[in-house]
Ligand binder design. Sequence first.
Ligand code: ZN
Ligand code: ZN
Length: 312
Amino acid sequence: MLIGAHVSSSGGLLPALERGEAIGADVIQIFTTSPRAWKPAAFPPELLAQYRQAQLDNVTVQATFCHASYLINLATTDPDKLARSRTSLLHNLQVATAIGSAGLVLHLGSHLGAGYSTAVKPIAAELLRAIQTVEDLGGLSSAPILMENAAGAGGTCGRDFGELAAVLDAAGGHGRIGTCLDTQHLFASGADYSTMEAADRVVRTVAVTVGLDRLACIHLNDSKTEQGSNRDRHANLGEGLIGRTSLALLLGHPRLQNVPAVLETPGADGHGPRASDVVIAREIHADGLRRWRQGAGKQGAGKQGAGKQGAG
Ligand SMILES: [Zn+2]
Ligand SMILES: [Zn+2]
């Protein structure tokens, strides 16, 4: 499993790769525009091409994920807000595509009480429109859009993988639409993965809803808020309410080993993940692998060998 972290992209994108290297990240995630502003950053095409090449050449950092602006709301019925969301998504996706990103992680937004079912088709249409526009304008195959599961506050869309699957279905199962599983949002939305059985249930739910082949990224975070709190508050690994064991059980699951994990933890004073956090993430992952190996051994001696059907 590749393990890395969200890093700052300030100073013109390229320094992000150095920051990733400095903390020993196998993969990084960046914002390509200020996450809480509509105004897109203007990057010269040469810089984007330069990043793409630098990423290919980098031996430590093997992939770059992008995270879209938090302001985007594809479920809004306000025409002005929708137009801004559309422009912002398009810009984020154009940059992600131009730098050769492994995917653009996106929060779908909030239906603000109108109900999720009414939002599914419009969201799917917006995703398809963005992908199509990027491909028409750039002539490149679009970077995948990775819908992230939400913590579930208010009318947020995508609070479980069934909701994400509904959007995927409405988009005709388009090949450039995938998902991102955030461990903190999962916990905050009420899911339990404190035992092997529970962790396996989470993975099977992803498998039967969106499909494991659509899971392109894990956001590896502990939680400052309680299970079922519906609040999006990340904590450093082992310092939150999820704890190392649950995270290990999920991270060590045999069917998740091909999915990169990205830390989005506060680090010290909110400056983001440190080298020591990446080390802890690797320790937790190793512990999870050990637990699953031992569990499989026990099951083999007893009844059936569930969860051994190869990596997804
Ligand atoms: Zn996110
Ligand atoms: Zn996340």
